[in-house]
Write a protein that binds this ligand. Structure first.
Ligand code: SF4
Length: 225
């Protein structure tokens, strides 16, 4: 979906630097903002206290943050699950799982899913739309604000991550984690070149290597792309 004003998480560092320069501020301010967003998980511009008050005001007018609103929060002994509502009414889930050391974040990449795995309720209504890069990052920010910086991020929530391969990987130059992983159910990924320059490493794992083997459950042969 298109955000008005734009979702701040949808801007990569060069785009934010460009906007900062247009405001007559040094480009280094963009790095400050990225640290607030992806290392401290600030969810409001008012938290960014080392930015000039006037710049915080302009950010407030110019961007949406965080975009997603928690509808429900479910805590278990080692898990935190958030049900989020997006501005168009779509709902997605994300989970933080306690691991030794740093937590693992499990993020959704689509609203619903077209893959029709036999056991999965996320696919019952099909796929309504892809999430934007910023909407995926918003999940990490909302989890990070509650459980701290993750050690791993896996795209194992709602949706097939490789259906939106390019957009799902584009927001991670300021990755809050050391490792990103996808477990695509139906498509064979290859590491995107964009990620090779990033601080986080990339891993992917397909549960089966050919379409013939994938035609048995959990992915049905009639799965849409
Ligand atoms: S790919 Fe994931 S979200 Fe989609 S139907 Fe299968 S298990 Fe569910």
């Amino acid at each position: 979906m298109t955000y008005d004003p734009p979702l701040l998480y949808d801007l990569d560092l060069p785009a934010l630097q460009g906007w900062i320069r247009e405001q007559g501020q040094p480009a280094s301010r963009a790095g400050q903002i990225f640290r607030w967003l992806y290392q401290r998980f600030a969810l409001a511009f008012a938290e960014m206290t080392d930015l000039p008050r006037e710049l915080r005001g302009r950010l407030e007018e110019s961007f949406t943050l965080p975009g997603a609103a928690p509808l429900a929060e479910q805590r278990g002994e080692e898990t935190l699950k958030l049900l989020l509502q997006l501005p168009d009414g779509a709902e997605v889930e994300c989970v933080s799982i306690a691991m030794e050391g740093l937590p693992t974040f499990c993020l959704s990449t689509q609203v619903g899913c077209a893959m029709r795995c036999a056991f999965c309720a996320s696919t019952l209504q099909g796929c309504a739309r892809n999430l934007t890069a910023g909407e995926i990052l918003a999940q990490a920010a909302l989890l990070g604000a509650r459980s701290g910086r993750p050690g791993n991020v896996v795209f194992m929530g709602m949706g097939e991550p490789c259906s939106i391969w390019i957009t799902s990987c584009s927001p991670w130059p300021a990755s809050p984690t050391r490792r990103l992983s996808a477990f695509p159910r139906a498509k064979s990924p290859s590491p995107p070149s964009a990620l090779s320059r990033k601080s986080a490493s990339w891993g992917s794992s397909t549960w089966a290597s050919t379409w013939r083997s994938r035609s048995t459950p959990p992915v049905r042969t009639s799965a849409a792309s």
